[in-house]
Design a protein around this ligand. Structure first.
Ligand code: SF4
Length: 201
């Protein structure tokens, strides 16, 4: 995959772009850049691997439903994520041509990426890259989603026991919304953080 072409295509689609060799460098950059802000974070193994929540919460107000404070519910924390200045997510697939793909279950992640924050950071490792949009969607469906199913132990779905999507009708299905960012959405800043390592699903 030609990373330079990918990063240039993102710029041409309106994104700020920062590129790092390692997740430690990317985490340090975000930790220095985001200070004294309100921050919401999406479900993301990539963000977890960067240790972002632990770093940012020491000098920001951070809401992440993977770390629910005592006395609050998952739903309450997700709503807190909605009103923040900064939102941070990963993506499930990225086309070299610059389209960014996410599949969501509850819908909070794609809603937050699309609207309502001053700035959105989209953090991704090199393993998310695909040759074109079709392959990026295919990756999101057949790589990211089945891995997330296994992480969430959704044993009522067929992909819990396989490595591809069956377009199931299970009540435990996690794939309910497909989002493709063709271009940077209007009305907010968006910065793509590209890391030259395999991260997340
Ligand atoms: S649609 Fe069903 S089978 Fe396909 S990845 Fe999602 S949960 Fe798995």
């Amino acid at each position: 995959m030609d990373t330079k072409v990918f990063l240039q295509n993102l710029k041409d689609r309106g994104y700020e772009v920062s590129s790092f060799a390692t997740k430690e460098e990317a985490a340090e950059y975000l930790d220095k850049t985001i200070d004294q802000m309100s921050v919401g974070m999406a479900s993301s193994v990539t963000l977890d691997e960067l240790g972002l929540y632990e770093k940012l919460r020491t000098h920001n107000t951070v809401w992440w439903h993977w770390c629910i404070p005592d006395g609050m519910s998952d739903r309450e924390v997700r709503f807190k994520e909605r009103g923040t200045s900064i939102y941070i997510s990963s993506v499930n697939g990225a086309a070299i041509s610059g389209e960014l793909v996410n599949i969501d279950n509850t819908g909070n992640r794609v809603a937050e990426i699309a609207y309502g924050h001053d700035k959105v950071y989209l953090v991704l490792g090199r393993n998310k890259l695909a040759e074109d949009l079709e392959k990026a969607v295919e990756r999101a469906r057949n790589v990211a989603a089945p891995k997330n199913v296994k992480r969430m132990n959704r044993t009522g779905t067929p992909c819990a026991f396989s490595d591809h999507c069956f377009d199931c009708k299970s009540a435990e299905r996690i794939c309910r919304i497909l989002m493709v960012l063709w271009e940077k959405p209007r009305g907010a800043q968006y910065e793509v953080i590209y890391i030259d390592e395999d991260l997340g699903y």
